[in-house]
Design a protein around this ligand. Structure first.
Ligand code: C2G
Length: 445
């Protein structure tokens, strides 16, 4: 018996896939198909996969061509499988020619001609070519423009910015304007990273024009406004999504899941620090500069609200203010008291500190090194250090491309999993309001 093995994602199945499987089958008597696991695809840069692993396995099973279906989960698994299943022939499409020659040491390697004129990427793009507008004056507009290139079915319709250098940089490439309503006429969705004071009005105008919104957190500076915006979005069946790229980093998402399993016992304390240094003496910088509480507050609040929830007993915000600007804090400390836990957050755009996240429990603690908000790594540490565990999850593009994929999915499929719940969005806006109304100013910078 000649055993053949081949591997693939097999997302949105098409005749190119089927032809490959048919010819693979003809190479021998027994065909094994390895379908790639979601994590493995993400690690190797395939972030646009639409169907779940089970759906993709069903795609292959339904062809009736596979005698056995396995899941490909890790780099190097092919060698293990060749030994495990006594494989005689490894085959794959010619788009991979040369890539798997190293397997010749273990079995015959056959590259089958790829079927021209069809791909899952093209099908995904046809199904949803969403026109996305970018709105804002700070450098993250650049990052979103670059990251959008990795997302199937998304095209940048234009940029609305008052920032001359961004305007000049893109004016010969795509549509650029200083007029927000002009941009809206060209979009199905917008990513808003304008100054937080503009968010409420801009989101409201977009929603009233039936345009989906991804807005750099905070969505609004009061809880009332935030609730109003979500009720408009829900009534119109539109997606309004809070943008905190950390929520889309695999390491952060897995850390939250692992914590649920009680690996560090009861969680008693969370300490998070986020700082970055800006040139606060530069008038041009200060024109669009977010203050500490809006620039870093939502990110620092995310782990607290995801882990301890939003039902705190008391919150105190202490801030060092920049005396020549209203409400501009150089550095703020947010202290929460919960029923049986505390949290201390430090955020600053005018101070440099160690940007780490520490989650302390009754049996151990989780340590996420700086910059924790875009981490690909964390440790679980115990009194007995031999029990310490380390985790690594690749993170490409700081999580922005994954965030855009989640935004697109939310628009296409409605009610998909929300990485940031509406309740968390409401409470981020509530803390912004708490800062404006009740912060204690400890000194003027
Ligand atoms: N394929 C093809 N013709 C196409 C599209 C795909 O012959 N028009 C082949 C690919 O070459 C591959 C199989 O169909 O052999 C599955 O393709 P994908 O689902 O795109 O997965 P891919 O990542 O290309 O699979 O580690 C090996 C990879 O997993 C190969």
């Amino acid at each position: 018996m000649t055993t053949v093995i081949t591997y693939g994602t097999y997302d949105v199945m098409h005749y190119g896939h089927i032809r490959l499987l048919e010819r693979a089958k003809e190479l021998g008597d027994y065909l094994i198909v390895g379908v790639t696991a979601d994590d493995f695809d993400k690690t190797r840069g395939k972030i646009n996969v639409q169907q779940s692993l089970m759906e993709r396995i069903e795609n292959v099973r339904a062809t009736g061509l596979a005698d056995k279906i396995i899941v490909e989960e890790y780099e190097g698994q092919k060698i293990d499988d060749i030994h495990r299943y006594n494989v005689d022939i490894f085959t794959v499409g010619s788009d991979w020619k040369g890539h798997f020659d190293y397997l010749k040491e273990y079995c015959k390697v056959v590259y089958l001609d790829r079927t021209q004129g069809i791909s899952s990427t093209e099908i995904r793009s046809e199904n949803s070519s969403l026109k996305l507008g970018l709105v804002g004056e700070i450098s993250i507009v650049d990052k979103f423009y670059k990251e959008s290139q990795y997302v199937n079915g998304l095209e940048i319709a234009g940029i609305c910015t008052q920032n001359e250098s961004i305007f000049e940089k893109y004016k010969d490439t795509i549509f650029v304007t200083t007029e927000y309503s002009t941009l809206l006429e060209k979009c199905d969705a917008v990513y808003i990273v304008s100054h937080p004071t503009k968010h409420y009005e801009q989101i409201k105008e977009a929603l009233n024009n039936n345009i989906h919104v991804l807005c750099e957190s905070p969505i609004a500076l009061t809880e009332k406004q935030c609730r109003e915006l979500f009720s408009i979005a829900n009534a119109k069946n539109l997606t309004l999504m809070d943008s905190i790229k950390t929520a889309y980093a695999t390491a952060f998402a897995r850390l939250l899941l692992i914590l649920k399993g009680g690996v560090i016992g009861k969680i008693l304390s969370i300490d998070a620090t986020c700082t970055s240094l800006a040139d606060l003496d530069d008038e041009k910088v200060m024109k669009n500069k977010w203050n500490s509480i809006t620039d870093w507050g939502p990110t620092a609040l995310l782990p607290v609200f995801r882990i301890l929830g939003t039902k705190w007993k008391d919150v105190k915000i202490s801030s060092l203010m920049l005396d020549k600007f209203n409400d501009f804090d150089l550095f703020s400390r947010i202290s929460f008291e919960y029923e049986n836990a505390i949290a201390t957050l430090k955020v600053g755009v005018g101070v440099k500190s160690e940007g780490e996240l520490i989650i302390s429990g009754t049996q151990g603690y989780i340590y996420v090194p700086a910059p924790w908000w875009k981490t690909d790594y964390f440790e679980i540490r115990y009194e007995d250090q031999s029990k310490n565990r380390r985790y690594f999850y690749q993170l490409d593009g700081e999580g922005i491309r994954y965030e855009l994929v989640a935004f697109l999915k939310s628009i296409k499929q409605q009610n998909t999993y929300k990485y940031i719940s509406e309740d968390i969005s409401f409470n981020i806006s509530r803390i912004m309001e708490e800062f404006s109304e009740n912060k204690s100013i400890i000194c003027n910078g």
